[in-house]
Design a protein around this ligand. Structure first.
Ligand SMILES: N[C@@H](CCC(=O)N[C@@H](CS)C(=O)NCC(=O)O)C(=O)O
Length: 194
């Protein structure tokens, strides 16, 4: 399998799940501005959607959308919970994707300051729910699962965009807990982020 990624982008969540689960994964970096992969291929010819993550499977087909890739890699790695918790994991992935990740949009573009401030308020408000649910250490309790990797990437983006998490002690502790995981550290190093 090959993951098309950009350092620190939402594709980092998939990368973390693969490393945490001990999966063998080739990595190919994508320059998202130039739409060129590190081996010099036009990325839009690989993924017409033009964005990461994209996962090339062993049969040569391509799987896109973080929500699908996180569940797929989680299943491959035995990291997706079973029973009702499987749906709880998918519920979190959906929430992070549509309510948190997408709220960062204005912060990545030349938006007016007022729009950026509103986006930051919304992100803080959305994260508050995770803060309340993190009593066990991870989103689904005491064990790491794929949505944790996605939430971790969102918290890194908070740092980058100066969204203060000081009022959310569980999230702050969760970020440190994730950073201390060997798989997370390895994925960060592989992306040149540590
Ligand atoms: N709907 C996609 C969105 C992925 C996405 O937002 N990717 C960003 C990086 S985090 C990207 O590649 N942006 C570049 C672009 O859209 O051209 C998913 O959930 O996987």
């Amino acid at each position: 399998m090959k993951l098309y990624y950009a350092p620190g982008a939402c594709s980092l969540a998939d990368h973390i799940v693969a490393v945490e689960g001990g999966l063998t994964l080739d990595l190919e970096k994508v320059d998202l501005k130039a739409h060129i992969t590190e081996s010099g291929v036009d990325f839009r010819k690989i993924n017409p959607k033009g964005y990461v993550p994209a996962l090339e499977l062993d049969d040569g087909s391509l799987l896109t959308e973080n929500s699908a890739i996180l569940a797929f890699l989680g299943d491959q790695a035995g990291l997706m919970p079973e029973g009702m918790d499987r749906y709880r994991a998918l519920e979190w992935i959906g929430y992070i994707s549509t309510e948190i990740h997408k709220s960062f949009g204005p912060l990545f573009h030349d938006s007016a300051q007022e729009v950026k401030t509103k986006a930051k308020d919304k992100i803080r408000q959305r994260l508050q729910l995770a803060e309340e649910k993190l009593s066990g250490g991870y989103l689904l309790g005491g064990k790491f699962s794929p949505p944790d990797a996605y939430l971790f990437v969102m918290l890194r983006w908070c740092d980058k965009n100066k969204i203060d998490l000081a009022a959310m002690p569980r999230l702050t502790a969760f970020k440190a807990r994730m950073e201390n995981r060997a798989g997370v550290s390895k994925a960060l190093k592989q992306e040149g982020l540590q």
